[in-house]
Design a protein around this ligand. Structure first.
Ligand SMILES: [Zn+2]
Length: 349
């Protein structure tokens, strides 16, 4: 499969006028394989205002990356940034999403989306509703046809669950080691990026893209592909960090989702809605959620920034202990201020 070596609307020529490599007093990272965005991926605009500088906080490379905001549409992105040929260097071999984690199917997941699951009663519906709101994965209702694709599926954590719920499971993932793990579990996963078609068009009843779009070099292409994968009337589920969240404001440069340079884009409800509607999706519904990892990673980045520590993981027991406080804090979701934007929409029938 062809993976473009350079993104559309980006150039890799060395810095010059308008391409300063110092921002807010910080020297920015730039080396062979890095590129400049010349045209906004959402609106085509060419004027960008510098907003912030983010340090790299997973490998501790000491590099700094500048976030800019398009003056035309408010889309935020790193500029300059590592291009497709070097971005893989920023993903450690034990990157969380690429590792295998076996999880038993939970009762609420069966109630929410199991094939042939009985209609839940009033109390069960309430329980499912709460679990959907506080859980990392939203479980979509089972669709006739039952073909499901997870774009950027990692080692197939979600696919495992969807398979147990009765779906035929497909995926796309750029880390070859993760693809191997997913295929070993019976999922049909291809090595590739969200921007390159890896499966036949128009064959899926539901497509899912969870914490992936912010990692892509060209979100417009990734969304166009998700659209092409779906049958008419097929449902699409998307999750991205919310740049207009309480936590983004509270933690600033230590916000969990700064994650430069793995997160190349920062979205808010307005830009994500504009992207989806331009792609052709309809019935776009957006909610927000704040997870335990949003708090923990924010505190961890803050401690690393203040004290020079190099903590890269949040303990599992802390994640578990934070479940209840997080469920309470995510009351801000009613104001669209939770840490993630979760979107459901569909391709017109
Ligand atoms: Zn723009």
């Amino acid at each position: 499969m062809d993976i473009p070596s350079e993104s559309p609307a980006a150039a890799s020529s060395p810095p010059g006028p308008g391409r300063e490599l110092v921002a807010f007093g910080k020297q920015l990272a730039f080396r062979p394989g890095f590129e400049w965005i010349e045209r906004c991926d959402l609106c085509g605009g060419t004027e960008f205002a510098p907003r912030k500088v983010y340090p790299e906080y997973l490998l501790f490379t000491g590099e700094q990356f500048r976030l800019v905001r398009c003056t035309g549409c408010a889309l935020s992105f790193l500029n300059p940034r590592p291009g497709p040929s070097v971005i893989g260097e920023y993903y450690p071999a034990d990157y969380g999403a690429h590792m295998n984690v076996a999880r038993p199917l939970q009762r609420w997941q069966q109630l929410a989306g199991g094939k042939g699951a009985p209609a839940p009663g009033v109390l069960q519906r309430l329980r499912v509703r709460v679990r959907q709101d506080i859980s990392w994965y939203f479980i979509p209702p089972f669709e006739q046809g039952g073909r499901f694709i997870d774009i950027g599926c990692g080692s197939g954590k979600l696919l495992d669950t969807m398979q147990k719920l009765g779906w035929e499971t497909y995926g796309v993932e750029f880390a070859a080691s993760a693809v191997e793990r997913a295929c070993a579990k019976g999922h049909k996963v291809e090595v590739g990026t969200a921007e390159a078609l890896a499966h036949p068009e128009g064959t899926f009843d539901a497509a899912y893209m969870w914490h992936v779009l912010e990692h892509t070099h060209t979100p417009s292409l990734a969304l166009a592909n998700a659209y092409r994968y779906l049958k008419p009337g097929g449902r699409f589920f998307l999750c991205v960090p919310n740049f207009r969240s309480i936590h983004a404001a509270l933690f600033g440069r230590y916000w969990w989702s700064t994650d430069a340079p793995r997160h190349l884009f920062q979205f808010e409800a307005a830009t994500i809605r504009a992207y989806l509607e331009r792609t052709g999706f309809e019935d776009v519904q957006i909610t927000t959620r704040t997870g335990a990892s949003s708090w923990l990673r924010g505190f961890r980045h803050t401690l690393n920034g203040w004290f020079g520590t190099k903590m890269t993981r949040d303990p599992d027991w802390l994640l578990a202990a934070f479940d209840v406080p997080v469920a309470m804090s995510s009351l801000v979701r009613f104001f669209g201020a939770g840490s993630e934007l979760r979107v459901a929409c569909r391709k017109p029938a």
